[in-house]
Design a binder for this molecule. Sequence first.
Ligand code: AGP
Length: 604
Amino acid sequence: MCGIIGFTGSKPAKNIIIDGLEQLEYRGYDSAGLALLHEGKITVKKRTGKVAELRKLCEEDDNPATCGIGHTRWATHGGVTDANAHPHRCGQVVLIHNGIIENYKQLITEFGLGGKLISETDTEVVAALLDTFYEGDPVKAIKKTVNALSGAFALCIMFQDIPDTIFSIRNVSPLIATASSEGSVIASDLTAVIAFSKEYFVVPEYHILTLTRDGIDVRDMKGNEVKPEILSVNWDITSAKKGGYPFFMLKEIYEQPDAIRNTVAPRVSQGLPDFSTDGIDDEVLLSCKRVTVVACGTAMHAGMVGKHVIESKLRISVQVEIASEFRYKNPIIDKDTLTIVLSQSGETIDTLEALKLAKKNGSRVISIVNVKGSTIARESDYVLYTHAGPEIAVASTKAYTVQVSAMYLIACKMGMVKGILSEGEAKHFMTKLINAPNIIEDTLKMANDIKRIANHIKLAPNAFYIGRGLDYTMSLEAALKLKEISYVHAEAYAAGELKHGTIALITENVPVIALATQEDVYSKVISNIREVKARGAYVVLVSMDESVEDPAICDKHIRIPKLEPEFTAFATAVILQLIAYYTSEAKGLDVDKPRNLAKSVTVE
Ligand code: AGP
């Protein structure tokens, strides 16, 4: 996905746009650019690289323009080049885009646009088409253009002959906007808008916005004026700053205790789970005969932890689906299935489309989302918002543990309403969940000890995480974290399965992080560890043992406190996050913005 911002007001736009792009950079950082409109002249500055490169490019430019648009790109169509960077200009039109235009090649042929194009992007095709349709009436030209488009788009547009005005329209890709005393602002998400106002609105799909310094006009495609619902931000701008940490990821790892407290506490009354403020009726949990969980990446891994608890405690079947697979497998899902969707951003297109398919099949959807008013939240029957605050680092950490916490809340509530858990059992479970932040705080005290492990991993071409049961589930998240920010190829493996082939990869000094926190399978995992140790692996054992003196079992032992099996997840989660973080840092990488990635994937 990409980050887009537009500003028109009483102040020079250049630095406002660049500052806003810095806030949006986590959405994509292959290239960055801006366009300024001043006295009938459009100036475009863009280049590959991060927003800092754009700032350098513009620092000599004292353009007084008070109207402009800016874009930070995660490449989809066309390589990472200056020419493919946004904004794209064609004739009277300049625009920026987040999304994918699926029929852009047909449009080139149908409207003979080839001669107008210099880039490889779908976005430039939109600019060329709009310029073709533009005969002085911007709204008419925009309508005609978007009627020809298929796919997801969030567009911010300026016309050279319409001063100090930005037009915008979206379909699926996110946009929010606000009018403040300084001017009107539109952006991909709150991080770029909060500096202007704590109030904002979500841009309705297929509505044309006209932003001027005096305010924002919103009209549907028939021209009817619309007043969107005004929302207010539930966090402040410092939440979107590093606060003295070297990287957002480390800050967000340390924010986890408060993130969980803020997510769980509002849903506890008299020691029991309570969703009344979320508007989730008991009947929704009572009536379901099975549960399907749909998500992507880390969010899916959080769902898998939830599966483990629901199945082990409630004996209710839970199917966890990769959203991009679910959409095309003709899933077995019906009105008796409760679908739980997890998404930090609430904008992941695969998850959104899977949600729509679940609803189409009659299933009711509860979504666990961290961004208020996001698309997935608005499409769901019920929303259980997590309150982790903005998660800026591409690698998800606090969002993961609050998603796990939310799944535990659902499991406990479902157990109660179905009469599977007694009030006493539910209260006991909730006591442990309320204690989860303390587990994390205790684990964070081991950060320096965990940091030393990074030295054994940072040069390894491969690493393995192994475990059984919940520990295997945690290994999946551990491997993803390590891969995505340190580029060490990591694989999660069911400990008992390793000997069926993959153990062939275990040679001298290959790092194997073995999770052995589940007492019912502890001895089996220890046996599996001996198998890899005997082949020269460098083994880090994570367990509740007071101490492990036997060098035949591990080279390094990380002890977690004695915990009930499902609550070990809060300790192992932090350990795996820190191992990944310190490995990436030791390699001198940009931990927050790993190569090729973006914070939320709004393309399929
Ligand atoms: C996790 O570290 C990754 N950033 C990625 O797997 C992410 O969890 C996934 O893209 C889902 O994003 P979402 O939670 O915003 O839907």
